[in-house]
Design a protein around this ligand. Structure first.
Ligand code: CTP
Ligand code: ZN
Length: 157
């Protein structure tokens, strides 16, 4: 007999590591890019894109085996996946569950859309944005990147 739970499980459970759940649909690959996770460290990474969710219409999910991500590492994800929950898994059990929190600023992950900004010139200046309630403001030129525009300005993708 196949239970409903069996039918619904799309990405295998992990034994030890981090599950980034309730990721805004379509953002899973950006999550990996921002966290600089590409499997080159040998860790197993599973992703689900556009999987059904109770809480969101559809969601993405990212599971990283063998790595426990810290709050400061994951907070930057809030700019592309504000509803994300971070589950730390040990021996198959969720031992910690936290929400991502908007940091005060983000450095190096978004590029400034202003072509005259010093960060887009041939200068070794990394980008820095102040995090507002609905977007980001370039610390150098003041240009605003709205939350819904961030995906197209990711410097890491
Ligand atoms: N998970 C996993 N491997 C485990 C344990 C959990 O991949 N060994 C995943 C689950 O599939 C789920 C997420 O981690 O996507 C959170 O697990 P859990 O807290 O058990 O699920 P829910 O109660 O549904 O979480 P929430 O209330 O946050 O939706
Ligand atoms: Zn700028």
């Amino acid at each position: 007999m196949t239970s409903d739970a069996d039918k619904q499980l799309r990405v295998s459970k992990i034994r030890d590591g981090t599950v980034i759940d309730h990721v805004t649909a379509g953002q899973a690959l950006n999550v990996l890019a921002i966290l600089d996770i590409d499997g080159s460290g040998g860790e197993s990474v599973s992703i689900g894109i556009n999987v059904p969710s109770d809480r969101l219409a559809n969601k993405d999910i990212v599971k990283v085996e063998g790595r426990e991500l810290s709050q400061s590492e994951v907070d930057v994800l809030s700019v592309i996946a504000p509803e994300a929950t971070i589950n730390i898994v040990r021996d198959y059990e969720v031992v910690d569950k936290k929400r991502v929190e908007r940091p005060a600023e983000v450095t190096g992950i978004v590029s400034c859309p202003n072509r005259n900004c010093i960060t887009t010139a041939d200068e070794p200046v990394s980008t820095r944005f102040e995090v507002l309630s609905d977007g980001l403001r370039c610390a150098f030129c003041g240009t605003i990147v709205r939350d819904d525009e961030i995906g197209e300005h990711l410097a890491v993708a």
